[in-house]
Design a protein around this ligand. Structure first.
Ligand code: FES
Length: 187
């Protein structure tokens, strides 16, 4: 440390001591600032990042309501849209459409078929005149039990799990790989 003499401090000792105190105070203030910033930022980052540890869900794979049993009394397939809450890291969107299915009666049993074409994923419709399901994209036709009758679809329409309780029909909605012969759920 260089001691700078002056008229009222001929040896320069006072100036050196003042300078050292100033440096010490500056360093202490800096350390205090860093500590304060860390104490605020740390918990904030943990709080903001917390939702990322949870998977986003869309209701797929759960049983969701398809309608009352009285909706499915006729012979013709009934197309139903299926809704569930979509939850991601920070948002919950109430009742988003997750897909559609056909519900039809086979004797005493109700059956649900996905409306997604197994060929390349277009939407399948019911042709009441022909009494068949068909996909307009590449002209695949399916019988009422879902089997392929003609066209490029590599497999029949995918059957979905259906449950009935307290006069309500629910369907476990799932998507399956397209363009393959086997029914493989997309996880
Ligand atoms: S997507 Fe349905 S026939 Fe091609």
């Amino acid at each position: 440390m260089v001691q700078i003499p002056s008229d009222d401090d001929p040896t320069g000792v006072k100036a050196t001591a003042t300078s050292s105190r100033r440096n010490l105070l500056t360093a202490a203030a800096g350390a205090l600032g860093v500590g304060l910033a860390a104490s605020v930022l740390g918990p904030t980052l943990v709080f903001l990042g917390q939702p990322l540890r949870h998977d986003a869900t869309s209701g797929e794979g759960d049983f969701v309501p398809a309608g009352p049993e009285t909706l499915f009394t006729g012979r013709a397939p009934v197309k139903v849209d299926l809704y569930a809450d979509r939850v991601d890291a920070w948002n919950r969107v109430i009742q988003v459409k997750i897909g559609s299915a056909f519900v039809l009666r086979k004797g005493a049993e109700l059956v649900a078929l996905s409306s997604v074409c197994p060929h390349l994923g277009c939407g399948v419709d019911y042709d009441a005149g022909a009494d068949k399901f068909y996909c307009a994209c590449h002209k695949s036709y399916f019988s009422l039990d879902g089997a392929v009758e003609s066209g490029p679809s590599p497999r029949g329409l995918d059957r979905l799990e259906l449950a009935q309780a307290e006069q309500l029909v629910t369907i476990r909605y799932q998507r399956f790989k397209t363009g393959v012969e086997s029914k493989e759920p997309i996880t």
